[in-house]
Design a protein around this ligand. Structure first.
Ligand SMILES: *Cc1c(COP(=O)(O)O)cnc(C)c1O
Length: 410
């Protein structure tokens, strides 16, 4: 979003006008930003055979998936529903990586039937898979390298007592199962968590992956997961993607030389591709002053954006109705009956009732984690592409709240 002629705009469209046209609360995505993030990643890894598998769970509107398909990515899906959504959006099964955790074997069988790449996350499932499919279906194995990384315990998934992946300490056990059933392992995967800043963390993960990879002869790819950090605050540092690209590519090429074959290098970014593209636009219902704070109460809350409450995430807030006003300190809070502080003690230009607040970095894990808590409706979503706005999801109606309820006639 840019400030042009005293109004906040995305691709030349005034954000305030979008809220007049579509109402609030409203999710708005800058499609060009998503495309430029894809390009950035492709350029950073231009010296290797990079495959991007967009982490669908970050933002799963089919139009976003189609946009990414056009940009040349595949997807990572963590549920059979995401697999089906990806196929509905036009992805070939071969472009879909299915990375489930603690799902039933039946669900894995459904995914095999759909023809997607299966990423196996635990030893019992590996054995089960071997018994049923032997070497007839190629698979990837998810390893847990036990690297503590990431911004928050809830999004750090690589540590020793994490439920994700098969411990690298159990590599011998994995190899036994692979040998016993003649499993055709063509990929190895690590995903250490979100908000990884340093090339060094990726390199550490890479070294562990390379060591394990030497034990498998038929690999076609190594998958380094997602987790690139993006800037949420002004002055925040984001992952230096060019630095990561250079260092990881160099180490990867060296490994391929040793391995004797060129492999594909996969990444599964979610946040990196869509976080900064998204804004949640909300309307100020009330300004409430207490002796301690001035609250800006808005027409949204943890039902639409749970990250501030769930992960203590920082989301920038801007009063787009008053681009030039004097600054004061406010706390932006939601309308849910629960403490749902969206932003505490922030500077914003003088806020009046009715003003529209833009909440930044709402592209990733925003709408996809939204709920109907307090029987509220989920917002509409708008995609901006080529300077035009497209409604890509209708605002829910009261009928949606009743839709699956069964009145037993009491
Ligand atoms: C969530 C997830 C990702 C994406 O993580 P980001 O932090 O959004 O980049 C990638 N791979 C897997 C397996 C995931 O579960």
């Amino acid at each position: 979003m840019e400030l042009n002629n005293q109004s906040y705009q995305i691709q030349g469209l005034e954000m305030i006008e979008l809220t007049k046209k579509y109402g609030t609360p409203l999710y708005v995505y800058d499609g060009e930003k998503i495309l430029s993030q894809v390009k950035l990643l492709q350029e950073a890894f231009s010296s290797v055979d990079l495959k991007i598998k967009y982490a669908t769970k970050a933002l799963s509107n089919i139009n976003i998936l189609k946009l990414l398909k056009k940009a040349g990515t595949g997807i990572d899906a963590v549920s059979i529903e995401e697999v089906k959504l990806g196929m509905h959006a036009g992805f070939e099964p071969s472009e879909i990586m299915y990375t489930p955790n603690c799902v039933s074997f039946e669900e894995i069988q459904d995914a095999v039937e759909l023809g997607v790449m299966i990423n196996i996350d635990n030893i019992p499932m590996l054995e089960h898979f071997g018994k049923v499919y032997g070497n007839s279906v190629p698979i990837c194995v998810r390893l847990n390298p036990h690297i503590m990384a990431g911004g928050n315990a809830k999004i750090s998934v690589g540590h020793i007592d994490s439920k994700f992946g098969i411990s690298i300490l159990q590599l011998k056990h994995i190899l036994k199962v692979v040998e016993a059933y003649g499993l055709n392992v063509i990929g190895l995967h690590v995903h250490t968590g979100s908000d990884i800043l340093e090339a060094e963390v990726f390199l550490k993960g890479a070294e562990i992956l390379f060591d394990a990879a030497r034990e498998f002869r038929d690999l076609k790819f190594l998958d380094f997961g997602g987790g690139f950090k993006v800037a949420y605050k002004e002055g925040d540092i984001s992952t230096n993607i060019l630095d990561v690209g250079q260092k990881v590519s160099a180490a990867f090429k060296q490994f391929c030389l040793e391995y004797g074959r060129k492999l594909e290098l996969w990444f599964e970014p979610g946040k990196f591709l869509v976080s900064e593209s998204g804004y949640l636009l909300v309307r100020t219902n009330v300004i409430k002053s207490t002796p301690a704070s001035t609250f800006v109460g808005v027409d949204s809350g943890l039902n639409h954006l749970i990250r501030p409450m769930m992960y203590d995430a920082y989301h920038g807030v801007v009063n787009i109705s008053n681009p030039t006003g004097e600054q004061h300190i406010y706390s932006v809070v939601g309308y849910i009956c629960e403490t749902d502080t969206i932003a505490a003690d922030r500077k914003m230009n003088d806020v009046k009732e009715g003003d529209i607040i833009a909440i930044r970095n709402a592209g990733a894990y925003g709408f996809s984690m939204a709920s109907n808590y307090n029987s509220r409706l989920k917002p509409a979503e708008v995609l901006i592409l080529g300077g035009k706005d497209y409604l890509i999801r209708e605002r829910e109606t009261f009928e949606d709240i009743l839709k699956h309820q069964i009145d037993i006639g009491l």
